[in-house]
Design a protein around this ligand. Structure first.
Ligand code: T5A
Length: 213
């Protein structure tokens, strides 16, 4: 069994259909095989409160939802997840793998909807006790390819291509600003090639943090 000196928080980000869930799940399988203590969470969701909020957010019936209401619901789900699951797991020195976290809100609500970045950052810090991922994989793919891969049925996926282009550009800007934390993966590569890249980088990251096999 690996011994971790402290918890490590790894997130996966990307536009719809980028393949981030596939990669997050592959990392979780590797962590399990390597007997590294971990939890896997998705956003919005992974708590009963969060899953109920997810249903409201993604239901196409709610097409009149205002962007301010939308951002507050994403943050409410994140807050519940942080306090119910993530903080405890980090305290127990586990690896937390998250399918989306705060970068999604910057990309989708700030860049996508043009909500004020500073206000969203303040609310996000309030919701999350200021925790941030230690390492983030941004699976980048062109919007058309991503949309062809995803089901396209939920309220967010139904938005037009221009919205999703702003989201992608937002992610790429975030990655340019946080080069050390955010690693860009080319989502057009085959699944196995990408998961090998993720595992190599995670192994190196854990070793740099002093985690010994
Ligand atoms: N949201 C979320 C916000 O607006 N603000 C926020 O703060 C947060 C947290 C959540 C929605 O909420 C929004 C963003 C989203 O719109 P979600 O559950 O994360 O939704 O769902 P999506 O992002 O829509 O997830 P998708 O399933 O569409 O995309 P993924 O996870 O990127 O893709 P994945 O891995 O499920 O793969 C999709 C398909 O592609 C294939 C897979 O087999 C699958 O069929 N695939 C590949 N095919 C070829 N090559 C590869 N490398 C492939 N990788 C995967």
């Amino acid at each position: 069994m690996h011994s971790l000196k402290r918890g490590v928080f790894i997130s996966f980000e990307g536009v719809e259909g980028s393949g981030k869930t596939t990669q997050a799940e592959a990392l979780v399988e590797w962590l399990a095989r390597s007997q590294i203590p971990h939890i896997f969470v998705r956003e919005p969701g992974s708590t009963s409160v969060g899953e109920a909020i997810r249903e409201i957010l993604l239901n196409p019936v709610n097409k009149e939802m205002h962007p301010k209401c939308e951002v507050l619901l994403f943050l409410a789900a994140r807050s519940q997840l942080t306090y119910e699951k993530i903080l405890g797991a980090l305290n127990q020195k586990k690896v937390v793998v998250a399918d989306r976290f705060s970068d999604s809100t910057i990309a989708y609500q700030v860049y996508g909807h043009d909500l004020p970045a500073r206000m969203v950052a303040i609310l996000n810090r309030f919701a999350t006790a200021g925790i941030k991922p230690d390492l983030t994989f941004l699976v980048d793919i062109d919007v058309d390819t991503g949309r062809q891969r995803s089901a396209g049925n939920d309220r967010m996926e139904k938005r037009d291509a221009q919205y999703h282009e702003r989201v992608r550009e937002g992610y790429l800007r975030l990655a340019r600003r946080a080069k050390k934390r955010i690693k860009i993966l080319d989502g057009s590569k085959p699944v196995d090639v990408l998961s090998n890249e993720v595992i190599v980088q995670v192994k190196q990251f854990l070793a740099r943090k002093g985690h010994k096999p």
